[in-house]
Design a binder for this molecule. Sequence first.
Ligand code: PGA
Length: 263
Amino acid sequence: MSDLRRPIVVGNWKMYLSSRAEVRAAEGIRRLAPPLARKMDIVVCPSFPQLADVRRLFARSRVHVGAQDVHSAELGPFTGDVSASQLSALVRYVIVGHSERRRHHGETDAQVGEKIRLAVRAGLHPVVCVGETRAERDAGETVRRISAQVTTLLDGLPVLELPRLVFAYEPVWAISAGPGKPAPQPDPEDAAEMIGLIRKVAARLGQRRYAEKMRILYGGSVTAKTVAAFVSQPGVDGALPGAASTQPAEFIAIAREILRCRS
Ligand code: PGA
């Protein structure tokens, strides 16, 4: 089944780079990506102000642009927020439910579920982040937490839309504090087990044949050196690097490793 799913790497630049550095990083990726971009999806998620410029830079390349977040309402009195329909002219992907949004902006699974439904309706591919905290893992709550997250997030989503989704299993405690500040990573077999669980829960809520088409990534302190251990596990379709994605050579090296392990 897995060969039906196209490998994918999603770079989350967060708020790491100045506007000029974002353009420079995009230029570097545009130079290095072509041999890989035919065989896999390469997605870069810059800051909101740089979406248009980065999109223009990638116009004739096969590199896709994604946003780092979207609001959970269609339109309305939400100062500083951006809706899925507004984004849809600029991007193809959008990250939702990132643990930094949950932590710093108090986002709930129910809100993230709304974001997924609106993103799908706007024709976008949501990159849906789930993962347990350190405390939840230590309490033996990981399976329960991931199952509950996926169940709430997919509530009300038409099953036909599952293949459009990309899930990312990102244990909160494995996300780096920035470039050069990696966090501990989970055992790759444990990560693959959680990724299998995400697919199982999605299949239970929807239908197996649609859940099988949904791509699921690992994220959390991924580098070109560590990514192979995760993507060589069954059912892992790619990675969501943050800090490492801001360096074009490292980001493309991660993409190359994903392709190597998945070919
Ligand atoms: P990291 O970030 O690779 O820097 O840990 C991943 C993420 O937060 O999406």
